[in-house]
Design a protein around this ligand. Structure first.
Ligand SMILES: *[C@@H]1O[C@H](CO)[C@@H](O)[C@H](O)[C@H]1NC(C)=O
Length: 545
């Protein structure tokens, strides 16, 4: 629903943008350098290899080939002339493609920063947009890249049908067994993706701290020793799995007092209630009037056939005589509580002298215990980047991938690329809303009236020409209730977009926002920063210490 409404807005936005004939900015390759920067310039195919592998599903063992098509092309809505991105083209298909780095990158001394853009051009509700930093060594067989290819970090958006999240997962090597286990950031940030271009940034530091940003805004900062599931380090002690509760273990806290005796005068047979002998039949009680009588006004219907339908009997109605008397029919003595009632006798409960407490298995040292205090430094080196995903929607666009050591460079690249597009996308959305203002109430001044007008327009059109109405108002036509939800779902985003479009370009914040534990809590509570969020936070950059 939501995406249907959005597509109308975007289509109109595109039309509006074209009409204005404003010159578009032109793509210029960045001069920033890093171990890996990808802007999908014309030589991209020298770096990227689509997979020719097959994949076996873990359940059922079905085999799939990575038949999803990859293309490097301009987005459907061109914002920067000549700016191409990598597009996963195929609906309901497995896609895989990878690019090796010039040389392997490690996590031991400097921060590792990963940043890239994803645009769900067709919206949709099922589809990955995450990338994998592949373990050094995969390079020799790029064509074999598949779900089983070892990776070190997986990061980025996922439409999880339903729902959405930004994954941050790393594969940690158990120093005792040598086995790898996936550690998931939990809870994962869940910003609203929409259909505009979004920027995802991850920084992982050798001191185990990390930071996840969405469109330049910090979603989560923390420590990999604390925020991941399962925890990096296992518990030192565990319940002994061999320990069993002994047969004679007494875990009954209370027992009936064995010394108590039922008192002699305790009669278990006394009933709970007895007839109230003091009750008197009220004066004027009509013993001979029935409570219900055949309806004197009812008449046998003409079409009644005695042979087919049987004898006709008038329906019963309440006897009007009973309404003016205290009661009709046989008077029955009411019951009252029996003062002699005692019920069944039970011995009172006392503390059980044999009680041993709640049974718990004994704690033993965890045989699998280890302590890795430098899990980030100990991560495997990465040899390249891979995109391996399954998607129900086509045309997911990736661009401006940065893998390096400098959050400042990643920010700068974001300023050169994502910020430019984001502002154009926000302006296009605002323009559509302006167009809407010309006829009928504006969304900003009167959101309810705005929605009401949309729906009334649709109803008017539908009563004249139902088919045409659905074509002219696809979002509304998709279901009136649905459209209410769709428009209100967008409310927050739209209001903030109008807000930011009418304010001067915000000054960069001079504040240095070193993450504090308090900030972290705030981030967890309100991690959602919609694209084009509040103007104060519009600056995509938060300075780090
Ligand atoms: C990116 O742009 C913002 C806003 O103009 C600015 O404050 C910030 O310093 C820029 N970042 C870098 C790394 O140049």
């Amino acid at each position: 629903m939501r995406s249907a409404a959005l597509s109308v807005i975007l289509a109109a936005a595109a039309a509006g943008a074209n009409a204005s004939e404003e010159p578009k900015p032109t793509f210029k390759a960045t001069e920033i350098s890093a171990p890996f920067i990808e802007q999908f310039t014309d030589d991209w195919a020298e770096r990227w290899t689509p997979s020719e592998a097959t994949k076996k599903t873990p359940v059922g063992g079905e085999t799939f080939s990575y038949i999803g098509q990859w293309k490097v092309e301009e987005p459907e809505t061109v914002l920067i002339e000549g700016d191409k991105g990598l597009v996963a083209k195929s609906k309901a298909a497995h896609h895989a493609i990878s690019a090796p780095f010039g040389s392997a990158v490690d996590f031991s001394e400097k921060p590792l920063v990963v940043q890239y853009e994803v645009k769900y051009q067709k919206g949709g509700n099922c589809g990955g947009g995450y990338i994998k930093l592949l373990a050094d060594g995969f390079q020799t067989s790029g064509k074999e890249f598949a779900d089983t290819t070892p990776w070190v970090v997986m990061f980025g958006p996922d439409l999880t049908c339903p729902g959405n999240k930004v994954h941050f997962i790393f594969r940690h090597k158990n120093p005792i067994t040598g086995e790898y286990e996936e550690k998931h950031l939990s809870p994962a940030p869940k910003p609203a993706f929409g259909k505009d271009t979004n920027l995802y940034t991850l920084a992982i530091n050798p001191d185990n701290t990390y930071e996840v940003r969405f469109n330049g805004l910090v979603q989560k900062v923390g420590n990999v020793l604390e925020d991941f599931e399962p925890a990096v380090n296992p518990p030192e002690f565990i319940d002994d799995p061999e320990d069993r509760k002994p047969e004679d273990w007494v875990d009954k806290k209370k027992i009936p007092d064995p010394d108590a005796v039922k008192p002699d005068d305790w009669d278990e047979n006394e009933p709970y209630e007895i007839p109230d002998e003091d009750a008197v039949k009220p004066e004027g009680w009509l013993d001979n009037e029935p409570e219900m009588i055949p309806d004197p006004e009812a008449e046998k219907p003409e079409e009644w056939d005695d042979e087919e339908d049987g004898d006709w009997v008038a329906p019963l109605v309440r006897n009007p005589a009973c309404d003016v008397a205290p009661g009709c029919g046989e008077w029955k003595r009411p019951y009252k509580a029996n003062p002699k009632y005692k019920g069944k006798w039970y011995a009172p409960m006392i503390d059980n002298p044999e009680y041993k407490g709640e049974w718990k298995p004994r704690r033993i040292p965890n045989p699998g215990y280890f302590q890795d205090l430098e899990p980030v430094k100990n991560l495997d080196k990465i040899g390249g980047v891979g995109i391996e995903l399954w998607t129900m929607t086509e045309d997911i666009l990736f661009n401006n991938i940065y893998v390096g050591h400098s959050i400042a460079d990643a920010e700068l690249l974001g300023n050169e690329t994502w910020v430019v597009k984001h502002q154009l996308e926000a302006a296009a959305t605002a323009k559509v809303l302006e167009l809407d203002q010309e006829e009928g109430p504006s969304f900003k001044e009167d959101p309810l009236g705005f929605v009401r007008k949309k729906v009334t327009d649709f109803i008017d059109a539908a009563s004249a020409d139902p088919v045409g109405a659905f074509m002219a108002y696809p979002a509304t036509g998709a279901g009136l209730i649905g459209s209410f939800i769709a428009v209100f779902g967008l409310l927050g985003v739209l209001v903030s977009l109008i807000g930011s479009s009418q304010k001067p370009v915000p000054k960069p914040s001079k504040k240095t926002d070193a993450p504090t534990p308090d900030d972290e809590k705030k981030d967890e509570k309100a991690p959602v920063a919609p694209a084009g969020g509040k103007s104060k936070e519009e600056t995509p950059v938060k300075k780090r210490k």
